[in-house]
Ligand binder design. Structure first.
Ligand code: GAL
Length: 360
């Protein structure tokens, strides 16, 4: 009798006491997040935000940074596959370098979401979450078009073009967006490019690196601008803009007689926005990366619930093997007139203190 009571008690206890690391945790969906680098503040925030959102849904996560080294990223993703992830969320360093490791993911039926940067040349990409990358290029170029009065026939103006990393599909699409606005003005002579560098492979900046852009600007200035003034620079990323501005200031731009050219950017980084506030960089593009995090976690939650995944584009993003179903978020152009409203008031992306400005 005693034995039976003990047994019943033990069984009762077993069902009542939640075991640490018990099955609920083990059965939770497991998401591997592979980010490119911690050298840019945005990827750190993207990574942390994704972890926060996914863990709030009760999922397990592992987050790794490749630090702009392609073989690191491959090894980290292989490791995630070995750990048994159910999902991979990948912002690639080189979008074309992951085909092999994505094959392994495909063999394990892992759902792969390309995060902000498209994964190229692979069948094993299920979804893509990004901003309208062509639109980013159009926003920057349109800003310059308006600032210079090109629509009203003003000109000619000297301009130089900078692109993002050649192994990042976003950079290629951004540039197409830029040229969709600029080509007509280059053709009719309102925009002049003294360096003659108008091809993507001439203007691209490996790894979106600001000091690489600064050296290129140094070379462009000494080779083409001893008798010419530069009026505008199309830059696709704030650190590139800041590198270009340093180069320009080095030869005297930034005075009343020789103002800093109109210069665009992207990502609304703290340093970029502070440069806008200081009257140096002219514009940037705000991409609320928390939106990407929300869309990504909603996609995973929908798959878990057996529901249809919401996408808003099934035509644009051809990775060379397939057109990847995509959710595209909207980028917003920001300058001195609207930064406070867009970055602080509306989105709460920054506090006034973070940007070093008085609260309004
Ligand atoms: C790109 C992205 C840009 C910028 C850049 C460098 O893929 O589109 O917004 O973040 O990477 O990190």
């Amino acid at each position: 009798m005693k034995k039976i009571i003990k047994l019943v008690l033990a069984t009762l206890l077993l069902t009542l006491i939640p075991f640490p690391n018990a099955s609920a945790q083990d059965e939770a969906p497991f998401v591997g997040i592979s980010m490119p680098t911690q050298s840019a503040e945005r990827w750190i925030e993207d990574g942390n935000y994704l972890v926060e959102q996914l863990e709030a849904l009760g999922y397990k996560t592992t987050l790794q940074y490749g630090e702009d080294n392609v073989s690191n990223q491959v090894a980290q993703i292989e490791n995630m596959i070995t750990l048994g992830v159910d999902y991979l969320v990948i912002a690639s360093i080189d979008g074309s370098a992951l085909t092999e490791v994505l094959n392994q993911a495909g063999e394990q039926d892992i759902t792969v979401i390309a995060y902000d940067r498209l994964l190229m040349n692979s069948e094993n990409v299920d979804y893509y979450v990004t901003f309208d990358n062509f639109g980013v290029g159009v926003l920057g170029a349109t800003y310059i078009e308006e600032a210079l009065g090109l629509k009203d026939g003003e000109g000619p103006f000297n301009i130089e073009l900078f692109g993002g990393s050649p192994d990042d599909n976003n950079a290629v699409i951004n540039f197409d967006g830029v040229m969709s606005v600029f080509q007509q003005y280059i053709d009719n002579g309102q925009l002049v490019i003294p360096s003659g560098q108008t091809e993507f492979n001439q203007i691209a900046t490996l790894r979106w690196d600001g000091s690489t852009a600064q050296s290129r600007m140094d070379n462009l200035l000494s080779a083409n601008y001893t008798d010419e003034t530069l009026h505008a620079v199309l830059s696709p990323y704030d650190p590139i803009s800041l590198g270009v501005i340093s180069s320009l200031k080095g030869i005297g731009y930034g005075s009343e007689e020789l103002p800093i050219p109109v210069i665009t950017g992207q990502d609304a980084t703290v340093a970029g926005v502070q440069s806008i506030i200081a009257g140096e960089q002219t514009q940037t593009i705000f991409k609320n990366t928390q939106e990407l995090g929300d869309i990504t976690s909603a996609m995973i939650a929908a798959i878990e619930a057996g529901e249809e995944v919401e996408v808003n584009d099934t035509e644009t993003y051809d990775n060379g093997v397939k057109v990847v179903p995509t959710y595209m978020a909207e980028p917003i152009s920001v300058d001195i007139d609207n930064y406070y409203e867009v970055l602080i008031e509306d989105s709460g992306y920054y506090t006034p203190e973070e940007l070093g400005v008085e609260a309004r």
